[in-house]
Design a protein around this ligand. Structure first.
Ligand code: SF4
Length: 416
């Protein structure tokens, strides 16, 4: 396809205030003399054809690189006769660094590699967290992977295996971070690499790591094994800064934007413009800390909450993860090793007990949370509740025994 095709329907997607992927495709198509220009012209033609006919024309297949069973998403065009230059448009899923930290030199090298071997089209980052190197023919899959591998990057997951993981930007740029997300990601995922490169699970398995309850990588609802930073002691308060917020926003402003927004009514503004927090009622939702960043911050006793079974739609609808570990302090190397062991236990239980095409959350729904906890060797904890002190996720028969066990672990005072 020598000329850029007419794309009246795609052109409409460039209207409005937001950047459009169509503009990006056109820019690559305009790179006259570059090897990716004809590919992108052809792709634009097929895409316009898809919009006209309201039909997708990509089919899958099997493409891989030596030694790996996953990581390349094959795409063959069903209308290759009309759009030959983009007849093969495979995607390489490349694992990003934990926390998505790059320097510009690496980004430039990635762009050079993909302009040489592929279509020039890169997406940072796909829903799974991968860097999506999109648009390469079968012949160039191995050479482009070799070049990216040489740069220090590895293929991520696809299919029924461990998928590429994500962690938030973390302590490098965020003061709310409650554990070392990057370290946790690398330790947990490095331990699962076999199941990422050579998928052999009943279905996909995702682990994500967020440094606090803001959950910037959507771990709770987008991963089978979600690790969220939190704290066990009291929120730290700088009352002088609280007073400055009151001076700026007024008492009404602070009440409207902070105090009354607390989901558990744990906050109150005293007459002298200081803030009082009923820390036992706080559920660590992060709202007050997000609004009054200078006055409030997470406590010192930092650690993680772990949830299992979050996922998008598929068979039984969207699921939020369920708390399986309410709090575990993350201080020493042993704590991170404990996390690796727990993730491995959950993955092994999933591998052995899930049905074909069943996610962790669906398996838990089918076998029951109590059996899942039993299977992975975790004790029931009264903190595993959907609404504090009201409704429990777990069946109540045998509850008295569990309370007795919990009391003996934590002491009578903690159980009050
Ligand atoms: Fe309330 Fe959330 Fe602040 Fe806790 S973190 S006090 S639950 S607003």
């Amino acid at each position: 396809m020598a000329n850029k095709p007419n794309t009246p329907m795609l052109d409409q997607l460039e209207g409005g205030p937001w950047p459009s992927f169509v503009t990006g495709l056109k820019r690559l198509a305009d790179d006259e003399g570059k090897s990716h220009a004809p590919i992108m012209k052809s792709l634009l033609g097929q895409l316009e054809h898809s919009y006209e006919t309201r039909k997708g024309y990509w089919k899958g297949g099997t493409i891989g690189v030596r030694g790996y069973g996953a990581g390349v998403i094959p795409r063959f065009s069903e209308v290759a006769g009309d759009y030959p230059e983009s007849s093969e448009f495979h995607t390489l899923r490349i694992m990003p660094p934990a926390g998505m930290h790059y320097d510009t030199a690496i980004l430039r090298k990635m762009c050079d590699i993909w302009e040489k071997h592929g279509s020039g089209l890169i997406a940072f980052h796909g829903q799974s967290g991968d860097i999506m190197f999109q648009g390469c023919d079968s012949e160039n899959v191995q050479t482009s992977f070799d070049a990216l591998n040489e740069l220090g990057f590895d293929l991520g997951g696809a299919g029924a295996g461990v998928r590429t993981s994500m962690s938030c930007v973390g302590a490098a740029r965020c003061e709310q971070s409650c554990f070392d997300e990057a370290k946790a990601l690398r330790m947990v995922i490095n331990n699962m690499l076999d199941d990422m490169h050579r998928p052999s699970l009943p279905y996909k398995f995702k682990a994500k790591f967020s440094g606090c309850g803001n959950d910037c990588v959507n771990a709770t609802h987008r991963s089978d094994f979600a690790v969220l930073g939190t704290w066990a002691d009291d929120i730290k308060v700088n009352q002088d800064e609280v007073k400055k917020y009151v001076a700026t926003l007024g008492r009404k402003g602070v009440n409207d934007q902070v105090v009354n927004m607390c989901p558990t009514r744990a906050l109150s503004l005293n007459d002298d413009d200081t803030l009082e927090i009923d820390n036992k009622s706080c559920v660590r939702c992060m709202h007050c800390i997000n609004v009054m960043t200078k006055a409030l911050s997470p406590g010192d006793e930092k650690g993680v909450t772990i949830l299992a079974g979050g996922k998008r739609t598929l068979k039984i609808g969207d699921l939020m993860g369920t708390v399986i570990v309410p709090f575990h302090r993350m201080e020493t190397e042993e704590d991170y090793e404990w996390l690796v062991e727990l993730s491995e236990t959950v993955l092994e239980f999933f591998a052995e007990n899930a049905l074909e095409h069943e996610r962790t959350g669906e398996m838990i729904e089918r076998i029951g949370m109590i059996n899942f906890l039993d299977g992975i060797g975790l004790d029931v904890d009264p903190n595993m509740v959907s609404h504090p002190r009201t409704s429990s996720y777990i069946r109540m028969d045998g509850w008295d025994d569990e309370v007795t066990k919990w009391n003996s672990r934590h002491g009578a005072a903690a159980a009050e």
